[in-house]
Design a protein around this ligand. Structure first.
Ligand SMILES: C[S@@+](CC[C@H](N)C(=O)[O-])C[C@H]1O[C@@H](n2cnc3c(N)ncnc32)[C@H](O)[C@@H]1O
Length: 171
């Protein structure tokens, strides 16, 4: 089951916004059960996924903060709801920058407790597109509590927003 607001429609929307060429090599960081990996493969991308606790054969085991892939291995990275729960967002962005080819894209959707824009800029990314999905996040979160789903981590007791961001690695 998709573990992010908006489910598959949200993943498709992100991919449409990014407009990656067919065959682009993409890694899903924190891929969970691998639905997004499977979808990207169906759409003709060379996609793979990584998670600390993989929940399908589409996903390999690994830490998104310290992956085994060589520098500049990917045209794009996708990460939905995983950077914040990794506990080290700046570290996740550093590793993303290392993994991307020059000009590569980071397709990110996640909670926002501090502005993504400054974190991304400090990590060497420019924001090409941004959408506020806070309302969708609230619905998703309340439904998850209602179903009794395990929530990934303790959230800070502060208001947050939820952002979708398409970012480019800058030189
Ligand atoms: C909320 S789930 C999102 C899963 C998937 N992206 C989705 O949208 O369905 C967060 C995922 O991040 C993974 N995760 C957290 N920290 C990680 C890390 N350091 N390295 C790899 N995966 C991590 C968790 O195991 C979990 O599967």
């Amino acid at each position: 089951m998709n573990a992010h607001p908006g489910g598959e429609a949200h993943t498709r929307h992100m991919l449409e916004l990014a407009a990656l060429p067919a065959g682009a090599r993409i890694l899903d960081l924190g891929a969970g059960a691998g639905e997004a990996v499977r979808l990207m493969q169906e759409l003709g991308y060379e996609a793979q996924g990584l998670d600390l606790h993989p929940r399908s054969p589409f996903v390999q085991e690994g830490d998104l903060l310290n992956t085994v892939f060589p520098d500049q291995s990917f045209d794009a990275l996708l990460s939905q709801c995983s950077f914040f729960v990794s506990g080290d967002t700046p570290g996740a962005l550093r590793e993303s920058r290392r993994l991307l080819k020059p000009g590569g894209l980071l397709l990110l959707s996640d909670v926002e407790f501090e502005p993504w824009d400054s974190l991304l800029e400090a990590a060497g990314f420019s924001v090409l597109l941004s959408e506020d999905l806070t309302e969708c996040w609230k619905e998703y979160y309340i439904e998850a509590i209602w179903r009794g789903d395990p929530l990934c981590c303790e959230w800070p007791r502060r208001r947050c927003r939820y952002r979708l961001l398409i970012c480019r690695k800058e030189e």
